[in-house]
Design a protein around this ligand. Structure first.
Ligand code: BJW
Length: 243
C-alpha cells in the first residue's frame, strides 16, 4: 500500500511520549510512572474503592505537575494544530493523555479517550466540571451536594474508554492513521491501527522513540523524538498537498 497521493481524512492517536519533552512522565519507560507506583494501587476502580485518598493524592500530584508554569506544549503538539488548521480534510486528534497540552498547543476538538486531569466527575449526579485544585474525599459536589462521590475524570483499567463510537467511526472512514508516542500496550487504543487498516483501508504510520509493541502492524515506522519527527512529518504532508 502506498502513501495517499491526495488529501484524505486523518486520525492521529497520541500517547504519553508526545508530552515527554514538555516535562511530563511517560508510563512504561525506565523512569516512567509505573516504575514508581503500582497500577493496582492507583489506576483501577478497586484501588479507588479501597483507598480513595491514595488515588486522589496520585492525581493531585500529577495535576500540580501539569499546572507547573514550566510545563508547556512542545513543537509536536503545535505541529498537529498546524496540520488541523491547514489540511483540507478532517484531522481528528485522539489522545490517551489526560493532560491539556494539545489544546494549549492550538489543537481543536481533541478527543480525550482516557479522560482529563483538570476535570472531576460526581458519581452521584454525573456532573463533570473543571478542577484545578487538590481533590479530597470530603469535597462536596456543588451541583447535587453529595459528599464522597467526586473522583478524577479519568479512565482506569477495567473501565470503558470515552467517545469510542466517534473514534471507531473516524477510524473506519480515515485514509491515514498516525500513532505518536504510545507503546501500544493498552487496549483498545493498541487495536486502532488494525481497525484503521482493515475497516478504513488507511495507510498507517508510527512515530515513536522506539518500535512499539505493535510496530509490525504499521505500513511505515519512523523512530526518534516527537519534537523532531512530528513537525517534519507535518511539513512533508503539507508539501505533498501543495505540490
Ligand atoms: C517517545 C518519547 C519522545 C518516550 N518522543 N516518543 C484486549 C486484550 C488484552 C487486554 C485488554 C484488551 N482490551 C482491554 C483490555 C484490558 C486493559 C488493557 O489494555 N490491558 C493491557 C495492560 C493488556 N484495557 C482497559 O482496561 C481499558 N478499558 C477497556 O478496554 O474497557 C473495555 C471494557 C470495560 C468494561 C467491561 C467490558 C469492556 C482502559 C484502559 C485505561 C488506561 N488508563 C491509563 C491510566 C489512566 C489515565 C492516567 O492516569 O493518565 O491510561 S494506563 C496508562 O497507559 C494511561 C495511558 O493513557 C495508557 C497508555 O500509555 P502510553 O501513552 O502508551 O504511554 P507508555 O508510557 O506506555 O508509552 C510511551 C511511549 O512513548 C513509549 O513507547 C516511548 O518509547 C515513547 N516515547 N519519549 C516520542 N520524546
Amino acid at each position: 500500500m502506498q502513501f495517499p497521493d491526495h488529501p484524505v481524512p486523518i486520525v492521529v492517536l497520541t500517547g504519553a511520549g508526545i508530552s515527554k519533552e514538555s516535562g511530563l512522565d511517560t508510563f512504561r519507560d525506565e523512569d516512567g510512572i509505573w516504575s514508581k507506583v503500582r497500577i493496582e494501587d492507583v489506576a483501577t476502580p478497586e484501588a479507588f474503592r479501597r483507598d480513595p485518598e491514595r488515588v486522589m493524592e496520585f492525581y493531585n500530584h500529577r495535576r500540580a505537575g501539569l499546572l507547573d508554569p514550566a510545563v508547556h506544549p512542545n513543537e509536536a503538539h503545535k505541529a498537529l494544530a498546524r496540520l488541523q488548521e491547514s489540511w483540507p480534510e478532517e484531522v481528528m486528534v485522539v489522545t490517551q493523555n489526560i493532560d491539556n497540552l494539545h489544546e494549549r498547543g492550538g489543537a481543536k476538538d481533541v478527543v480525550h479517550m482516557h479522560g482529563e486531569l483538570l476535570k472531576v466527575r460526581c458519581e452521584a449526579c454525573g456532573n463533570i466540571s473543571e478542577w484545578l485544585e487538590d481533590l479530597t474525599i470530603d469535597t462536596p459536589c456543588f451541583v447535587c451536594g453529595s459528599v464522597g462521590t467526586k473522583r478524577p475524570h479519568v479512565v482506569w483499567f477495567g473501565e470503558m474508554p470515552l467517545h469510542m463510537d466517534k473514534i471507531e467511526w473516524a477510524l473506519t472512514h480515515c485514509g491515514l492513521f498516525v500513532s505518536i508516542g504510545t507503546s501500544g500496550n493498552v487496549y483498545p487504543a493498541a487495536g486502532f491501527v488494525s481497525m484503521a487498516r482493515l475497516r478504513g483501508k488507511a495507510y498507517t504510520i508510527e512515530l515513536n522513540l522506539e518500535p512499539s509493541e505493535g510496530s509490525s502492524l504499521f505500513h511505515e515506522c519512523r523512530h526518534g523524538q516527537a519534537t523532531d519527527l512530528v513537525p517534519a512529518f507535518v511539513d512533508e504532508l503539507l508539501m505533498r498537498n501543495a505540490a
